[in-house]
Design a protein around this ligand. Structure first.
Ligand SMILES: NC(=O)c1ccc[n+]([C@@H]2O[C@H](COP(=O)([O-])OP(=O)(O)OC[C@H]3O[C@@H](n4cnc5c(N)ncnc54)[C@H](OP(=O)(O)O)[C@@H]3O)[C@@H](O)[C@H]2O)c1
Length: 332
């Protein structure tokens, strides 16, 4: 099969290569991929930035979510049959959606929302699950609470704003002039132009923060959180709690404890709870998102669609960091 591949870690372009079609395990299905989305994790993996969490063998097919059609089912698969239209985010050991086919565990997929095209459906799994795990599982956002979502115009932000509104929260978000109308149309209640205003001067006493940017922005987020509030970051520094939960072993736990020391100090100072999230695949949670999408409560936000041959251009576009919603690669 044809696939977009990297052959070594580093800032190298994707190469279109002939790879063998994957075998199908007994709990797996083989899918014909119709569309995939680009996520920043793709170039972080390519650059070797997530080696601490997972090391890949080369050559590696990139791509972390997709939509497609079931071609084959393993002997013990119970939920899917040949011909089903599906979407999903493979587990970290089984990535590779910038390809014609993928074998994937049945627990990591769900039926594609009926009201979405394949390109639209491919925009959902990684950012949708991330938003759900951040807002529902970790922040446990309640009706009437106020949440700050950083980078509201990005892939995660555009989904998270819609989900937070659906959960009954008031949403404050940061965006530049170029993203203002988009985040407003998604339901954001308070929009802070991060180029001209400092969010930490404008906001106070928010119940929860979803940080997508890390660094200084994560640290300043502690200034706006109320006593007992919660901050979840998907781009900040993982801490010792994360290392333990993720089973990273003693050495990495101590290392992360040391490098996240400043965040631990801020947690204590502001009586807030800080969690680093590394999202997980989940067909069950995708089924929940499918309901939100089919009932019209959440809509995909697509920045642009590239052909399979132009996957490298799609990567470069995503890497520039200016996307408004998701960048899609149409594979078939
Ligand atoms: N840990 C996990 O499990 C996990 C899961 C998903 C994503 N992530 C990470 O989360 C981050 C966001 O992902 P994404 O897919 O949403 O990225 P993305 O789609 O590439 O985000 C691009 C958007 O960010 C906005 N932006 C950039 N700098 C900003 C700032 N200082 N303030 C406000 N907005 C800003 C840009 O708006 P302008 O162009 O208008 O500036 C653009 O619309 C990435 O680092 C990704 O790796 C982690």
């Amino acid at each position: 099969m044809k696939a977009m591949v990297v052959t070594k870690y580093g800032h190298f372009p994707l190469r279109l290569m002939e790879m063998s079609t994957p075998e199908v395990g007994e709990y797996e299905i083989l899918a014909e991929i119709h569309a995939a989305s680009i996520n920043p994790i793709d170039f972080k993996i390519r650059n070797g930035k997530v080696k601490m969490l997972i090391k890949y063998n080369m050559p590696l097919i990139l791509g972390n979510d997709f939509s497609g059609i079931v071609l084959k089912v393993g002997a013990k698969v119970t939920r899917f049959k040949v011909g089903d239209a599906i979407y999903g985010r493979p587990r970290k050991t089984k990535i590779g959606t910038l390809a014609e086919f993928i074998s994937i565990h049945e627990d990591d997929i769900a039926l594609k929302p009926k009201n979405l095209s394949f390109e639209e459906a491919a925009s959902i799994p990684l950012v949708g699950l991330t938003s759900y795990q951040a807002l529902h599982d970790i922040l446990q956002l309640q009706k009437g609470q106020k949440v700050l979502i950083h980078a509201g115009a990005g892939g995660v932000g555009t989904f998270a704003i819609q989900l937070a509104k659906l959960m009954g929260a008031t949403v404050a978000t940061t965006a530049s002039e170029a993203g203002m109308n988009l985040v407003k149309s998604l339901g954001a209640d308070e929009i802070i132009n991060y180029k001209t205003e400092q969010f930490e001067k404008r906001l106070a006493n928010v119940d929860a923060v979803l940080d997508t940017l890390g660094g200084n922005i994560l640290e300043k987020s502690f200034e706006v959180i109320k006593d007992g509030g919660k901050i979840v970051s998907i781009s900040g520094m993982p801490n010792a709690r994360f290392a333990k939960d993720y089973g990273l072993g003693t050495f990495k736990t101590l290392l992360l404890s040391a490098v996240s020391h400043k965040l631990t100090t801020l947690e204590k100072k502001h009586h807030a709870q800080y969690t680093y999230l590394f999202m997980k695949p989940s067909g069950d949670q995708l089924r929940i998102l499918t309901n939100f999408i089919e009932s019209g409560n959440i809509k995909p936000v697509i920045d642009s669609v590239y052909s399979f041959h132009d996957a490298q251009k799609a990567m470069e576009h995503a890497e520039a960091g200016r996307a408004k919603g998701k960048i899609i690669v149409k594979i078939r």
